[in-house]
Unconditional design. Structure first.
Length: 104
């Protein structure tokens, strides 16, 4: 299961140095719902190697504002506390996994 990011825990986890993947989503977003199972699968497959989770843009705004999230789904990829890559819109499991492998 994917980790639940929010305004209170996001900064600490990003700055931990461990690779982090954050899926910015909302309940009303159709494409977000389509990639949600992929995010959950990869969170289970890569458990212990990096933190993969979701950030509901309707429940918080600090992190989405800080990183200029204007469209969802948007997935951000962090390594060593720095933003390394970004994916906007729907994405396949293979493409998402390739981006994950690039930050490991």
């Amino acid at each position: 299961m994917a980790f639940n990011f929010n305004d209170e825990n996001s900064k600490e986890i990003i700055e931990s140095g461990k690779p982090v993947v954050i899926d910015f989503w909302a309940e009303w977003c159709g494409p977000c719902k389509r990639i949600a199972p992929i995010v959950d699968e990869l969170a289970a497959e890569y458990d212990g190697k990096l933190t993969i989770g979701k950030y509901n843009v309707d429940e918080g705004s600090d992190i989405s504002t800080e990183y200029g999230i204007r469209n969802i789904p948007t997935i951000l990829f962090f390594k060593d506390g720095e933003l390394k890559d970004r994916s906007v819109g729907s994405i396949t499991k293979a493409d998402l996994e390739a981006k994950i492998k690039a930050i490991l």
